[in-house]
Design a protein around this ligand. Structure first.
Ligand code: PEP
Ligand code: MG
Length: 600
């Protein structure tokens, strides 16, 4: 799909820009475009002007810092945790690396302060962004944001485009501080050139329920301040200069989505039984201990996937005590419901310092997941012991990522048995025999499913990775993103093989990839024989709601046609129609994973 295209109709040129959905919902409003640090005053200066430019930079830094201070003190109590983020920006805007770097350029290159700031920021941001650790690489966005502030202050823009009326913020990169500055109530949507789903701003947007779209490369070329924009945080699209009929259509879509979320939340505690009486379960995916409080509210029947990597992506490796505490807090929050802990899935885009030394040319195909765990058994043992100890507080299961063969499961069992005997000898409370499962996310594991199902206690389908490895596409390469098609017959056939193998061996299988959270995905997976779904807490009520509206037999028919080779466009259309019928709404709601407009 092209990144941007024009629709010419009735002399009106409107532009649809494509990006990634960061936070669901629809926003319609006026665009407030914050200055782009890449486009600034670039003026050579004479020796006589150097001191004045340095002074201008000092003043700009002091004024940006004062504004941030005022913002920090006005953050409402229920958002107190974001004060830290604003305070971090206060530090960065006075950071000697930024200021001295810019001053050096003014002196030696004889360029004006804004040009010097823009070069310094670009260099520092690129340095951070090239770091493999996502936490550090996202610091690049903070740096760009600081650049924006300094450039705004240098241009004498004391208002930083703040407005008292609701707007859709657009920027190269946004920060939590921007939202606070505008007051969260006035930010009805956000669109950025940069920013992935794990960025600060995406997390904040989701928790404040502000629709957001990131990765919109053409934003600054196509958008103008003050224009009307429709932001579709479900599909990851921004429509600039919409006409009346489009505004009406998206208002209806927004209404439909709000209604859908409300209905879903109200019924979150009801069981997920399809119209024709098939029982399903919906579990929660958690990434961090802070998310555990959402478990009881969202109606999840347990934790289907606890991604453990985030506790390890820091300078020093965590110790067994810290991990035991983290994992026990999740088990306690689950109140007797099972928690599936996934073994460390580092590698690919989640790199530990230990990885950096390996200099892998292609980390997505390298020492990732269980391969890393088994290559570093001393690290793996620390985690296994923490799992087993947390298991003394309630039911746990252990899940292995990136499995390709039976040997990996057997080697892990040996390590678990050794850890159990050590804990026994030391008299440390633990669980002795937790169920052991595998993620099916490599083509090898999918093909070996009958044997693997016999070897382990449960299986979990990682559709995010399975699709990428099956289609041989890099998830970060936009040139091949058109091949990211979860309705591709090859992918659906693989899923069907997996569900069949598991059912023949009587082993439970669930889906914990993002596909489970897309209503089209929920429907096709149901038709392919999946009964257990696991997703981010926010989407759990919606999946349960969708399942209650669906009937298994219709989904089965669509799945059968798709397995017989129907083109994915036909499958998508049939799913749209079925959902529109079942959900009593023609405004189909999806989270953007399966792209394509609803039938008109
Ligand atoms: C998956 O691959 O589908 C999955 C759930 O794992 P992750 O997204 O953490 O790679
Ligand atoms: Mg995965």
């Amino acid at each position: 799909m092209p990144p941007c295209f024009l629709i010419l109709e009735n002399e009106l040129a409107r532009v649809i820009l494509h990006g990634s959905p960061l936070s669901p919902g629809i926003a319609i409003g006026t665009l407030n475009l914050l200055p782009d640090t890449h486009l600034c005053d670039k003026r050579p200066i004479s020796e006589a002007e150097v001191d004045a430019e340095i002074e201008a930079l000092e003043t700009a830094s002091a004024s940006a810092s004062a504004r941030l201070k005022a913002t920090a003190s006005s953050i409402p109590a229920h958002l107190a945790e974001y004060r830290e983020i604003v305070e971090l920006q206060m530090e960065l805007v006075r950071d000697p690396r930024v200021l001295n770097g810019a001053k050096g350029r003014i002196r030696h290159k004889k360029i004006c302060a804004s040009w010097a700031v823009s070069e310094t920021i670009a260099e520092l941001a690129a340095l951070f962004e090239s770091m493999a650790d996502p936490c550090l690489s996202e610091r690049g966005q903070d740096i760009r944001n600081i650049g924006q502030r300094l450039l705004g202050a240098l241009a004498g823009d004391s208002s930083t485009h703040a407005s008292d009326s609701p707007c859709i913020l657009a920027s190269y990169a946004l920060s939590a501080a921007n939202i606070m500055e505008f007051s969260p109530d006035n930010v009805i949507g956000m669109v950025t050139v940069e920013g992935g789903v794990t960025s600060h701003v995406a997390i904040l947007a989701r928790s404040l329920k502000i629709p957001a779209v990131g990765g919109v490369g053409e934003l600054f070329r196509e958008a103008r301040n003050g224009e009307t924009i429709i932001l579709d945080g479900l599909a990851g699209e921004a429509l600039i200069g919409p006409d009346e009929s489009e505004i009406r259509r998206f208002k209806a879509r927004r209404e439909s989505y709000a209604q859908f979320e409300t209905e879903a939340r109200q019924s979150a505690s009801l069981p997920a039984i399809t119209r024709d009486g098939y029982d399903a379960s919906v579990l929660a995916n958690l990434d961090r201990p802070q998310e555990a409080h959402e478990l009881s509210r969202c109606g999840a029947e347990g934790v289907g996937l606890y991604r453990t990597e985030f506790g390890w992506l820091r300078e020093n490796l965590p110790d067994e005590e810290a991990l035991t505490q983290e994992y026990s807090s999740i088990v306690n929050a689950a109140r007797g419901k099972p928690v599936v802990f996934r073994a460390l899935d580092v590698g690919a885009d989640k790199i530990l310092p230990a990885h950096e030394a390996l200099h892998e040319p292609n980390p997505a195909l390298g020492l990732r997941g269980i391969r890393f765990c088994l290559a570093y058994p001393d690290i793996f043992r620390i985690q296994l012991r923490a799992f087993l100890r947390a298991g003394s507080h309630g039911p746990i299961k252990i899940l292995l990522p990136m499995v390709t063969g039976i040997g990996e499961v057997r080697q892990t069992r040996v390590l678990i048995e050794q850890s159990v005997s050590d804990l026994e000898r030391q008299g440390t409370p633990h669980v002795a025999n937790p169920p052991l499962g595998i993620m099916v996310e490599t083509p090898a594991a999918a093909l070996l499913c009958p044997e693997l199902a016999a070897e382990c206690d449960f299986l979990s389908l990682g559709t995010n990775d399975l699709l990428h490895y099956l289609m041989a596409i890099d998830r970060n390469n936009r040139h091949v993103s058109y091949l990211h098609d979860p309705l591709h017959p090859a992918f659906l056939r693989v899923i069907r093989e997996i569900t069949q193998a598991c059912s023949e061996r009587g082993k439970p299988v669930s889906v914990c990839g993002e596909l489970a959270a897309d209503p089209l995905g929920t429907a096709i997976l149901l038709g392919l024989g999946i009964r257990t779904f696991s997703a981010t807490p926010r989407f759990v009520p919606a999946i349960k709601h969708t399942l209650r509206k669906l009937d298994y037999r219709s989904c089965r028919q669509i799945a059968n046609a798709a397995l017989a080779g129907a083109a994915s466009a036909d499958t998508r259309l049939r799913l749209h129609k079925t959902l529109a019928r079942c959900m009593e709404s023609r405004h189909f709601i999806h989270n953007g994973l399966i792209t394509g407009a609803p039938p008109q």
